[in-house]
Design a binder for this molecule. Structure first.
Ligand code: GI1
Length: 443
């Protein structure tokens, strides 16, 4: 099926720094908010943390060889801000930047194009402690300075950049639901954080234009297909409002320069709306080049007036992954089409798509047929979107390796490659790795 995708289409795998690198205290790296959070009792399953993770910091050559054998032409990874700027600002840590220079150079040597995420949730702990991290409006300046630094360091070789991975998670999962670092639970704070993240996104785009003249930059969002539990007027309204919260807040706002009006009014009436200062919405809507769509599943929504969102998520009836997420490839095509049509007709990359399975080693191998089926169905959905006119430019499977799945620790496996945490982090390609390799090989 690969042959029917456009020439130059990017087929890749995706990872993130805190989830795979390890070496969390090595070679001058500063702690992040996830260093702190994962070491707090009760925050992460089984007390797991990213101190070692997949030890990618030391094994990156082996992991690039796995990508080369797989046949991908691109690799999406994130830079650990506190590895290059241990305190989030000030003096660069050369050993940290050297790691990424070696990684990027090796990728290019084997014909793999890097796509680099500036921020995938691992904020330097010093910024959190000294200026309250993302709660501070000043973060846009520090994120801008960090962005300018890495653009200058790597922008000669890295031509595809993402400012933020899922500001929805960095705000609401982290400051409203409290499941991610720093684990706070307050809606007004969460909306303030979301505002500061979007300001920082805009600032990074402006810095990018000053430094990298021949590259492209985008924003990668949670992209959950939202639909009503019933066709009732109440549930259809509830789904619309919930869609504005999960998706519209981070897709519509950077395009229009305005928050989704219905939901913003609800928040304003409740006195929890973010404080917007002159120039903020212009900065947030600084024009950028592409969307990153992180699609996994759908949310089925019904009206629930006791919630400020006026809704609750209900369990759908479809088969679910180990995360309890429904397998719903149809939602990918619909989401891609809506994003392309309604949010600026920008090129789109599927920057994450994958599933957690009950991966078990049997005679030294993992027959993850469910993941093969999931991939086939989502590849097919992506092709349908392309045929419907969506300017889809690439597809990154989450993830190359089993890795640190945030508050679930190492209990959830998303990798095409099994990581044997009991036996020296040995890498063992699964059935899905070979499916993807054959898919990429076949014309
Ligand atoms: C609804 O899923 C989210 O969009 C989402 C899923 N995922 C993500 N975001 C994050 O970007 C990754 O770091 C996670 O490892 C990955 C798997 O959980």
């Amino acid at each position: 099926m690969r042959a029917v995708f456009p020439e130059g289409f990017l087929w890749g795998v995706a990872t993130a720094s805190y989830q795979i690198e390890g070496a969390d205290f090595e070679d001058g790296k500063g702690p992040s908010i996830w260093t702190d959070f994962s070491h707090r009792p009760g925050k992460v399953n089984s007390g797991d943390n990213g101190d070692v993770a997949c030890d990618h910091y030391h094994r990156f050559s082996e992991d690039i060889e796995l990508m080369k054998q797989l046949g991908v032409n691109s690799y999406r990874f994130s830079i650990s801000w506190s590895r290059v700027l241990p305190e989030g600002r000030g003096k660069i840590n050369r050993k940290g930047s050297d790691f990424y220079n070696k990684l990027i150079d090796r990728l290019l040597e084997v014909g793999i194009q890097p796509m680099v995420t500036l921020y995938h949730w691992d904020l330097p702990l010093e910024l959190h402690r000294k200026i309250d991290g993302w709660e501070s409006r000043d973060m846009r300046h520090y994120f801008g300075d960090y962005s300018s630094l890495v653009f200058s360091e790597f922008g000669d070789r890295v031509k595809h950049w993402i400012t933020l991975n899922e500001p929805y998670c960095s705000s609401h999962v982290s400051y409203l639901w409290g499941e991610h670092a720093p684990g706070k639970r307050d809606l007004k704070t969460s909306l303030t954080v979301a505002h500061n993240l979007l300001l920082s996104h805009g600032e990074a785009v402006r810095r990018f234009r000053e430094v990298v003249k021949d590259g492209t930059i985008g924003l990668a969002n949670v992209s959950t297909f939202v639909e009503p539990a019933t066709d009732s007027k109440e549930d259809r309204w509830a789904a619309r409002i919930r869609d504005q919260f999960i998706n519209g807040w981070f897709f519509e706002t950077p395009i229009t320069g305005e928050y989704p009006s219905e939901l913003f009014k609800r928040f304003n009436d409740a006195g929890v709306q973010p404080l917007i200062e002159d120039g903020d919405m212009d900065l947030i809507s600084t024009p950028f080049d592409f969307w990153g769509v992180n699609y996994y599943t759908r949310n089925v929504i019904r009206k629930e007036e006791s919630s400020i969102l006026g809704s609750e998520v209900v369990q759908g009836e479809l088969a679910k992954t180990e995360m309890g997420w429904e397998v719903y490839p149809e939602g990918l095509e619909a989401f891609l089409y809506k994003t392309f049509k309604e949010y600026g007709k920008k090129p789109i990359y599927i920057t994450e798509n994958g599933m957690a399975c009950k991966d078990k080693l049997t005679d030294g191998f993992v027959e993850d047929f469910e993941r093969v089926d999931y991939m086939k169905r989502h590849f097919s959905s992506a092709l349908s979107a392309l045929k419907a006119g969506v300017d889809l430019r690439g597809f990154y499977v989450w993830s190359l390796l089993d890795n640190f799945e945030w508050s679930y620790g190492y209990s959830k496996r998303f990798g095409l490659v099994y990581v044997d945490y009991e036996k020296g982090l040995k890498r063992i390609p699964k059935r899905s790795y070979y499916y993807y390799r054959d898919f990429l090989e076949r014309d």
